[in-house]
Ligand binder design. Structure first.
Ligand SMILES: NC(=O)c1ccc[n+]([C@@H]2O[C@H](COP(=O)([O-])OP(=O)(O)OC[C@H]3O[C@@H](n4cnc5c(N)ncnc54)[C@H](OP(=O)(O)O)[C@@H]3O)[C@@H](O)[C@H]2O)c1
Length: 320
């Protein structure tokens, strides 16, 4: 089978031919139809992601496809079931083996592309805004990187939860995508001062930050008393250093949020969140935005779209 594989630490990934894997106990084998790309794939190639497997391994963290075989002692989902599953690796291949317990059966109307784009992005934003920050109706939510994979879902979910949403992204095209997802106010990160615009709008109660660096600092300065800042990621490459005295004076809380961590230490948080998100999807309340769909042969180009900040929402690689 074809697989987009990282052969060794520091090596370039390459499309290669590997034997079809055999599912182990508690696993399903999936005939993969689509794999959603994540910023973490770029970090894994550099060995800079917190959960990078030991190479060699196949890239691709989340997939959608059809169950093809069950491992020993695995009682479902039955072969033929359309599912989405987060494996953390192994998704950019024709077949992959993943934990059966994490497989989510898909509604008939959900395309494989939507399903492959769904779990990490919506799951992260929903657990962050609901379980962690307890975002309340009428609060003001500032979303940084608001046209990116996770950022765009934070805009949509923030609106679903009744917040007023300020979306920050770079350039008119990306801001138009955030507005389409429901943002009430827009900030162009390339030309506008995040702190000044937010202050003029009355300050912010919750910050969703997948970017870090200078944008984190500006957002901190735009916070109202008792604001919550969700640290989601560092797409800028700059991990913020936080002056704790600023937190004290304004009664601000900074919260780290790692969705993959919940899968390990409290999987029920993810399961409950996913059930809500699939209900919202079925009710037409969420509309996954996939800016690019590319075949596996173009996996390198697909990753470049993320690396060069050319995508909006998600990039999905198709395998059939
Ligand atoms: N904590 C978690 O559980 C979790 C889950 C998923 C992702 N993440 C993290 O969240 C971050 C974003 O992930 P994503 O999948 O949404 O990525 P993405 O689709 O590439 O979006 C990242 C956004 O960050 C902005 N950005 C600002 N400075 C950047 C820079 N120097 N390089 C690249 N992008 C920059 C870009 O927006 P503009 O061009 O508009 O500035 C881009 O749209 C990553 O750090 C990722 O690891 C964390």
């Amino acid at each position: 089978m074809r697989a987009y594989h990282l052969p060794a630490k520091g090596a370039e990934p390459l499309l290669t031919d590997l034997p079809r894997p055999t599912p182990g106990p508690g696993e399903i084998r999936v005939r993969i139809a689509a794999c959603g790309l994540n910023f973490a794939d770029l970090l894994m190639i550099k060995g800079a992601y917190q959960d990078t497997p030991e190479p060699p391994f196949t890239l691709g963290m989340e997939v959608a496809g059809t169950v093809d075989a069950l491992g020993p002692g695995t009682d479902g989902p039955a072969p033929g079931t359309r599912i989405a599953v987060f494996g953390g690796q192994g998704g950019l291949a024709d077949y992959g083996c993943f934990p059966a317990a994490r497989a989510v059966p898909l509604p008939d109307a959900m395309s494989f592309a939507d399903a492959a784009a769904f779990q990490v992005a919506y799951g992260t934003s929903h657990v962050a805004l609901d379980h962690k920050a307890r975002l309340q109706p009428g609060e003001t939510l500032l979303v940084l990187g608001a046209a990116g994979g996770v950022g765009l879902t934070a805009v949509e979910i923030g609106k679903q939860m009744g917040a007023r949403v300020i979306a920050c992204a770079r350039g008119a095209d990306k801001l138009a995508v955030a507005q389409e997802a429901g943002a009430d106010h827009l900030i162009d990160a390339a030309t506008q001062d995040i702190r000044d615009v937010c202050r003029a709008l009355g300050g912010v109660d919750v910050v969703y930050d997948p970017v870090g660096g200078d944008q984190f600092t500006a957002a901190l300065r735009a916070c109202n008393p008792e604001a919550r800042i969700l640290t989601i990621g560092f797409a800028s490459g700059d991990v913020p250093q936080i002056p704790a005295n600023h937190l004290l004076v304004k009664n601000i809380t900074v919260m780290g949020l790692y969705w993959g961590g919940y899968l390990k230490f409290r999987p029920e948080v993810v399961t409950q969140s996913m059930a809500t998100l699939f209900d919202w999807y079925a009710a037409g309340r969420l509309r996954p935005h996939v800016s690019h769909l590319l075949p596996l042969e173009q996996a390198a180009e697909a990753l470049d779209l993320l690396r060069l900040r050319k995508s909006t929402g998600k990039v999905v690689v198709t395998l059939t």
